[in-house]
Design a binder for this molecule. Structure first.
Ligand SMILES: [Zn+2]
Length: 352
């Protein structure tokens, strides 16, 4: 059972959440009051309901089409509801979206996500208290031809093997949030409340600590309100150096005291989480720093020209060697890289 105020169950859409905004309320005519309650339904009929609901959601079947099917099936299975909305348990409460300029934000809740995950994973007893939570943040474009984008906040219980990630909050807009602190406000406030009050799981009280924020380099800079990793000066997340100079190592204390002022745009709301190490608990992202960063720079030097075709007066490899490398990457390696697991396919060096 859950008890924290963090749970906004009445605002939470069911698995059919994607359909919810189009159907925020249901009229009395659409209700299935004559249909038996779930307690009266046999296990076989319940399984049929679940399978139909999953089929409808997975295949994006229109409500009207599914309603027609339910009407046909109802003659043979009277316990089935007549309305698709009852079948997929669409919430009858309108979802309240919060305005975070220039878009909208919805907060699903932290404790609800944790509790649901524990139930899905059939966890009988929790042996960790406080519960360590990993939080991932990134931006995703919904379609290529538009700037429409999601900025989801996702939670993950890394101490449970094969634990699925769960949504904590999601922002939608046509550019990223103007203020990262406004975007993170609900997350920070609710996680602070979870430290003070905790949440109940199987009648025991647990608190929650965010042990890390997992982001790529641009998202990391956004949530920490610091300079981009590609800034020419003070962009390094680990030291105060700039250019080719290595400076003093950044620490949690030096970050919070803003000892290197040019590194910070403003104070991040994440500093309200007093237990968080602002440097080490927000790990670095190897794709932007190494693969697209250092490795790209090394290849540029080896290739002898930069992306704009300008000559770079450094060590240059013979073009036949590049042809060999390119064919190795694009012919031999590429076919083993799954499009499902990797968004970025291997490309020839010349394309860089
Ligand atoms: Zn550095």
């Amino acid at each position: 059972m859950l008890s924290s105020d963090d749970y906004s169950d009445q605002d939470i859409p069911d698995s059919s959440g994607s359909d919810l905004e189009n159907s925020p309320s249901i009229s009395a005519e659409e209700s299935d009051e004559d249909v038996p309650t779930l307690q009266d339904v046999s296990a076989g009929e319940l399984a049929l309901r679940t399978q139909l609901a999953t089929w409808k959601i997975d295949n994006h079947i229109e409500f009207s089409k599914c309603d027609q099917l339910l009407k046909i099936l109802h003659a043979y299975h009277p316990s089935l509801p007549l309305s698709t909305r009852t079948l997929v348990k669409t919430s009858r409460t309108a979802v309240t979206l919060k305005t975070i300029f220039p878009g909208k934000y919805y907060h699903f809740g932290i404790a609800k996500g944790i509790s649901d995950t524990l139930l899905i994973m059939h966890i009988q007893e929790l042996f960790v208290n406080p519960v360590p939570l990993c939080v991932a943040i990134d931006g995703v474009h919904l379609i290529n031809s538009s700037r429409s984008q999601f900025w989801p906040i996702v939670g993950y219980l890394s101490f449970i093997k094969d634990s699925p990630p769960f949504p904590i909050g999601v922002y939608h807009g046509f550019s990223k949030p103007n203020s990262s602190n406004a975007y993170l406000l609900d997350l920070v406030e609710k996680s602070q409340r979870l430290i003070e009050r905790g949440f109940f799981f199987r009648e025991k009280l647990f608190s929650v600590l965010i042990k890390s924020f997992v982001c790529d380099a641009p998202a990391r800079a956004m949530i920490l309100c610091i300079k981009s990793h590609s800034s020419e000066q003070y962009g390094c997340a680990r030291c105060t150096g700039f250019g080719r100079l290595i400076g003093n190592l950044r620490t949690n204390e030096s970050f919070r005291e803003k000892q290197c002022m040019p590194h910070h745009h403003c104070r991040t709301i994440l500093e309200n989480l007093h237990y968080l190490d602002m440097v080490l608990d927000v790990p670095l992202d190897p794709i932007h720093l190494l693969d697209l960063g250092t490795m790209k720079k090394i290849l540029t030097f080896l290739f002898g020209t930069d992306r704009k075709g300008r000559n770079v007066p450094h060590l240059t490899l013979h073009h036949t060697i590049f042809d060999q490398i390119d064919s190795f990457i694009t012919v031999h390696i590429r076919r083993f890289v799954s499009r499902i697991e990797f968004a970025r396919q291997p490309r020839a060096i010349i394309v860089w």
